[in-house]
Ligand binder design. Structure first.
Ligand code: GTP
Length: 309
């Protein structure tokens, strides 16, 4: 057997509301939660988690657009979907085992069918909720749907899974991995914090940093929580958390806006964000903010990686 190439890439789980996307993401990723906060409309993707394996790395990203199809019509939705999905390497289309393939699924399939040459893996979720026979029937209907919308080849793969009892979760990861391009790991293992709160922390910092300057920095700010660690040597009844956060902008002029005269604005941002973070985490916080320049970071998720995101 030849040595297997390491694979790494981006994958987006889509599917109608309640299809089990978030639960599957958590099951795949385990406890690691990604910590990047970026504006979905402009960055296109928010990282939800990263699966680190011996042979592959899967970066699960959210795709805006397919969540609220009813608020968007016609060409605009088509463009949005094509745009936002253009940058991922594969798509996991989630359909629950315990509900018949319906108009919502057909709608999404039709949108996905517009993406040329993108592997789409149909994932039949919540397999624990139905009998083996019912699961087999659902796999057939889902396969049939694939042939209807994509032509004879249909979905790149069809996999049943239960995120709740763990059935086939690693198989889903195997299948996703097999559709990733050959690539070295895009993120070092262990770089991300285990704190799910980090996502909200990043959001609080982002909100504070954009306050009053939204017009000047419309799409140019990414916030990355580097670490959240308890300060050593503090007693249990008087804990302090060190929260280190990087703010990435594209240009020196934007950095100047964030920082303000003599650093005045950044101090305000820090104070506002810290109050929110302390309320969120229920403990005192030392917030350390750094503003950095990362050119054109939002164009391409791979770019984020190169820039150390
Ligand atoms: N029994 C069972 N329930 C599941 C499974 N996966 C998800 N669920 C349940 O299905 C419901 C919806 O799951 P979510 O993961 O929130 O679905 P989602 O697709 O992220 O939903 P939206 O955020 O609305 O798009 C929740 O109540 C989950 O607990 C599964 O494998 N088995």
């Amino acid at each position: 057997m030849s040595t297997q190439q390491y694979r790494a890439g981006f994958i987006s789980l889509v599917g109608r509301p309640n299809a089990g996307k978030s639960t599957l993401t958590n099951a795949l990723v385990g406890h690691k939660v990604a910590i990047t906060s970026a504006k979905p409309q402009t960055t296109r993707h928010t990282i939800r988690g990263i699966v680190h394996r011996e042979d592959a790395q899967l970066i699960l990203v959210d795709t805006p657009g397919l969540h609220r199809p009813r608020t968007l019509l016609g060409q605009r939705l088509n463009d949005l979907v094509a745009d936002t999905l253009a940058e991922v390497d594969a798509i996991g289309f989630c359909l629950p085992a315990n509900e018949q393939v319906g108009p919502g699924d057909r709608f999404i399939s039709a949108q996905l069918a517009r993406l040329q040459r993108k592997p789409i893996i149909a994932v039949v979720t919540k397999a624990d909720l139905v009998s083996k026979e019912a699961l087999a029937r659902q796999l057939l209907s889902v396969t049939e749907l694939g042939r209807e919308v994509l032509g004879a080849d249909g979905w790149a793969d069809v996999v049943p899974v239960s995120a709740v009892d763990g059935y086939q979760v690693s198989t889903v990861a195997d299948v996703f991995a097999s559709h990733m391009p050959e690539s070295p790991p895009l993120y070092p293992d262990g770089e991300l914090t285990d704190e799910p709160e980090a996502v909200m922390v990043a959001e609080l910092v982002r909100e504070a940093a954009l306050e009053g300057v939204r017009d000047e920095l419309p799409h140019s700010l990414a916030v990355v929580v580097e670490e959240i660690v308890p300060r050593e040597g503090r007693s249990d009844d008087n804990p302090l958390l060190d929260v280190r956060v990087n703010l990435y902008v594209e240009r020196p002029s934007q950095k100047a806006i964030i920082i303000g005269k003599g650093g005045a604005r950044l101090r305000e941002v820090g104070t506002t964000a810290r109050k929110g973070i302390e309320a969120l985490l229920g403990t005192r916080v030392y917030l350390d903010l750094h503003v950095k320049i990362a050119k054109d970071w939002q164009r391409d998720p791979r770019q984020l990686v190169k820039l150390g995101f």
